[in-house]
Write a protein that binds this ligand. Structure first.
Ligand code: NIG
Ligand code: FE
Length: 415
């Protein structure tokens, strides 16, 4: 089936397919076509251009849907390269505890936090887990996301980690979204291994990884390399084992301190290093010229009152930056990429152009889907959204808590 969008006020992020991400000064360039059309066939972008070039030949009998986008902006769907949206229950009590003065690390030390989520993961059925995650996928689809990475990591036992990864595999099959799956067995040390951390690490390496790799249950491997969680040396063991099974790393780094996570990520050619609330000159320098995407998670910094990453310094040093939601019950109970983009502008002083690059092409790269998502170019997936009537793309981060999205097209279907 063909869908044709006509009279588009601004067709945003029109790009050469060979552009894999934008770094440094390039992040402020955003190619926008005014008064444009966009044609998609069977979910793939077939062509686009100025309205004057849309002739009858392009509108043949095969066109089933024509949408008038007068005064509207069309954007490639957001790519959310970091989420934990498969979880069993929310954690409002910790939210209240933090308001009353406890820190994220103090709550974790008391057995709350990730361990709290792991407890509820034990008893939830696979079906319930699937249903609730599917509802969250639907929720973020309506907020403009078309591709999402989802991590395990609330299992912390072979059985529960596999349960989570099987749910993600089913979501991949059933959802119109593009989904990547990441194994995060090293999210926290379970209570029963707290006096023998190495034993849990051995379980990850020798019990979980071989099954996950054999059943093709994950695309990437992740480690929470941070203060109070996994040390650099522990993280290295785990990432090395993952690489042996063909899983490229993505690292949770520098959320709670300058603890070496960025350096570990770069050493093992991670696809991305994520969080980065604590960044020094060394962390910025080590990322230069690498294939690792620095990924900032505004939702977690906002929700936990953490320092905001020095994004201006990173871009000023020539680095690329991606933005993702970190959707999870503990540190960012929202997967709203409109809001993440607005935070990029408001709290991190990114221009709208930089924030759009960070939530589309750069975040597509950070989850390994830049070949099919993240920009408008012929041959990529036609996952796009159409806004309500607005003056231009800057309205999206400007209306930081609004939802300006009117129509969503995913996998060739109007949602
Ligand atoms: O990315 N930082 C580690 N992991 C998640 C939060 C996990 C949780 O608190 O449930 C994050 O913020
Ligand atoms: Fe996370």
């Amino acid at each position: 089936m063909r869908i044709v969008l006509e009279n588009i006020r601004e067709l945003v992020q029109v790009a050469d397919c060979s552009v894999r991400f934008k770094a440094g000064k390039e992040m402020s360039s955003l190619s926008v076509l005014k008064n444009a059309y966009l044609v998609m066939r069977d979910g793939i972008i077939e062509g686009f251009g100025p309205m004057k070039d849309l002739n009858d030949e392009k509108l043949d009998n095969d066109v089933l849907v024509e949408l008038d986008c007068t005064n509207r902006v069309v954007m490639p769907s957001y790519c959310d390269s970091h989420t934990h949206l498969v979880f069993a229950s929310s954690r409002e009590q910790e939210f209240v505890d933090r308001i009353n003065g406890l820190s994220y690390e103090e709550i974790a030390k008391r057995g709350g936090g990730i361990l709290n989520s792991a407890k509820s993961m034990e008893s939830v059925s696979e079906e319930e887990l699937y249903d609730s995650a599917m509802r969250r996928l639907h929720e973020i689809a309506l907020q403009g996301t078309g591709a999402v990475e989802i991590k395990s990591g609330y299992g912390l036992s072979t059985e529960s980690e596999l349960k989570m990864l099987r749910v993600i595999r089913r979501l991949k099959k059933d959802s119109p979204m593009v989904i990547k799956s990441t194994f995060l067995g090293a999210h926290a040390i379970p209570e029963k291994f707290k006096d023998d951390r190495q034993k849990y690490i051995e379980q990850i390496i020798h019990e979980m990884l071989p099954v996950i790799a054999a059943d093709d249950l994950a695309d990437y491997i992740d480690v929470f390399c941070d203060q109070g969680f996994f040390t650099s040396l522990e993280s290295e063991q785990i990432l090395m084992a993952g690489l042996k099974h063909g899983l490229r790393p993505k690292v949770h780094a520098n959320e709670l301190g300058l603890t070496g996570g960025v350096q570990v990520g770069v050493k093992y050619n991670a696809l991305s290093v994520d969080h980065l609330e604590h960044m020094g000159v060394d962390e910025i320098n080590v990322l230069k010229g690498t294939e690792t995407m620095p990924t900032v998670l505004p939702g977690a910094a906002f929700f936990l009152n953490l320092p905001f990453s020095p994004v201006r310094d990173m871009i000023g040093a020539g680095l690329p930056v991606a933005l993702a939601s970190d959707y999870n019950p503990g540190s960012s109970p929202s997967g709203n990429m409109n809001f993440m983009m607005a935070m990029g502008c408001i709290k991190y002083k990114m221009t709208p152009e930089e924030a759009i690059n960070a939530t589309t092409i750069n975040s597509a790269y950070a989850m390994g889907v830049d070949g099919i998502c993240g920009s408008i170019c012929t041959g990529k997936l036609g996952n796009v959204f159409i806004t309500k009537e607005i003056p231009g793309y800057s309205s999206i981060p400007y209306h930081y808590a609004g939802n300006l999205i009117e129509t969503i097209i995913l996998d060739g279907q109007i949602i």
